[in-house]
Design a protein around this ligand. Structure first.
Ligand code: ZN
Length: 470
């Protein structure tokens, strides 16, 4: 068993150079890179390539149809390989007036660095760069080869990453993948996440007359807004049951060792409800039952609904079309590609077959088994760095391309990072704590150290032959 003492050289080096690491992060977040509109993306890809090259990596800027993917390869002492996934794009900074400083002018205040991209995801990228650098300065060659995939379209749903992954399958097989995100909880524990839900993102569109009509024609002219509302109402009942036939088929059974992780999770229903401005969660769920629903239930959510007139005062109109956007979050085993067809047949059976169903994005869920040795390495690293038990989350209720990049190739993935519970990702005043940033560098360095050792199992449960990817 490794002790923190054996990491002293690395940790001292990290502390000695933490100012430089922070300055590098400040440079990274100073460069806008908004994938939604494309601002600064090409410049950012070049900066990322330069940073990895500076560590002695061979870098290729790959184009698979969209914004470039930067692929870095850093040689290691052994043939074992660690895959690292980050993204260099950020969410749009708007609304600008809600920021306490301009979003791309990094500011140090109250022990935190404030700027767009600090937590999501340039802080994690910078921490990993600093960890590799600290290793090289103290110990020379890396213990394992690192293949680093840094994409520029994560915030717009990674539309071209699957194509990239298909063309580079040989690169993506690894002992494990260090995924992009994470945070340190209020208790001081590191959160380690073992997967993400999938998603089918759809647009439903109902069309009526050739153009908007005077609403006096309502006795004769079909109203697409009603047809859309009936369609939506048929998808889910007030008891939160998704009524789509065949939707739950294929959901993989969740291993008890994964569900049991929920028991130990830090959770404060009251604080969360206060933050949301609500009196209770759906169906009155609380405590562990709420965690169970959040992590292990698929969803059918209406993201947007558009029809007719919504301006000031009355306008008696019978709209010519109505549309809605839906996201359905999926569990391991559910195939996003069949969801549009399930909805089409469901609507056809109800006389609503004219409603157009279009898939805008789809990603399958992925979950790494807690018994995987790579998870053990991440947990043991956290024990050494944070001096407390990490909180292991079996699957994130959010979605990311873990399946496309890792699980289809049998590579287990774990995610941890430098955020905090108030990092405000995607929102104004995004921030990380400087303390968490330095700990995050140590966590990556400790993981590298543990990967240099022979693997040991994380938990005694679960058969070793069971599929690591669900
Ligand atoms: Zn994000």
């Amino acid at each position: 068993m490794m002790t923190a003492d054996q990491l002293k050289d690395l940790f001292e080096e990290i502390e000695r150079r933490s100012g430089e690491a922070l300055a590098r992060l400040e440079r990274l977040v100073h460069q806008p890179s908004v994938s939604a509109g494309g601002e600064g993306i090409e410049e950012m890809a070049l900066i990322v390539a330069r940073e990895i090259r500076a560590l002695g990596g061979r870098v290729e800027v790959v184009r698979s149809g969209g914004f470039p993917v930067v692929v870095g390869r850093l040689p290691g002492r052994s043939s074992r390989r660690l895959l690292i996934y980050n993204h260099y794009d950020v969410q749009p900074p708007e609304p600008l007036e809600a920021w306490d400083q301009p979003p791309f002018e990094p500011t140090l205040r109250e022990g935190r660095l404030w700027a767009r991209g600090t937590a999501d995801n340039k802080g994690d990228f910078a921490a990993r760069l600093a960890a590799v650098e600290a290793w090289q300065r103290t110990r020379g060659n890396l213990p394992v080869e690192i293949v680093w995939v840094v994409e520029g379209e994560e915030e717009i749903g990674s539309p071209n990453l699957e194509t990239f992954a298909e063309r580079h399958a040989d690169l993506l097989q690894a002992e494990g993948c260090l995924w992009e995100f994470g945070r340190r909880l209020s208790s001081g524990s590191l959160e380690i996440t073992l997967g993400m839900k999938g998603m089918a993102y759809l647009e439903l569109k109902a069309v009526g007359a050739a153009a908007d009509q005077h609403s006096s024609l309502a006795p004769l002219v079909p109203n697409p807004a009603w047809r859309l509302v009936w369609a939506l109402a048929s998808l889910k009942d007030p008891g939160e049951e998704i009524l789509l036939q065949g939707f739950r088929d294929g959901i993989a059974s969740i291993p008890p060792v994964s569900t049991r992780l929920l028991e130990g999770m830090e959770q404060d229903d009251r604080r969360e409800l206060a933050r949301l401005g609500l009196d209770s969660f759906l169906l009155g769920a609380s405590g562990e039952a709420a965690l169970q629903r959040l992590h292990f239930e698929p969803t059918c959510n209406i993201c947007g609904l558009t029809a007719g007139y919504q301006g000031p005062g009355p306008k008696t109109v019978l709209p010519a079309e109505a549309s809605a956007k839906l996201d359905l979050r999926l569990l391991p085993g559910q195939d996003p590609r069949i969801v549009p067809e399930l909805i089409r047949s469901h609507l056809a059976r109800r006389g609503l077959g004219d409603i157009e169903v279009r898939m805008l994005a789809g990603e399958a869920a992925a979950m790494t088994e807690p018994t995987d040795p790579f998870v053990a390495a991440a947990e043991n690293a956290a024990r050494l760095v944070y001096a407390r038990e990490p909180q292991v989350v079996p699957i994130s209720p959010a979605t990311g391309p873990i399946h496309a990049l890792c699980h289809r190739y049998g590579t287990p993935a774990v995610s941890f990072g430098v955020g905090n519970p108030d990092s405000r990702i995607h929102a104004p005043n995004e921030n990380i704590r400087v303390e968490d940033f330095v700990l995050g560098i140590k966590q990556v360095a400790a993981l590298l150290s543990l990967l240099a050792e022979p693997a040991e199992p994380a938990r005694s449960e679960g058969s070793p032959e069971s599929n690591r990817c669900l």
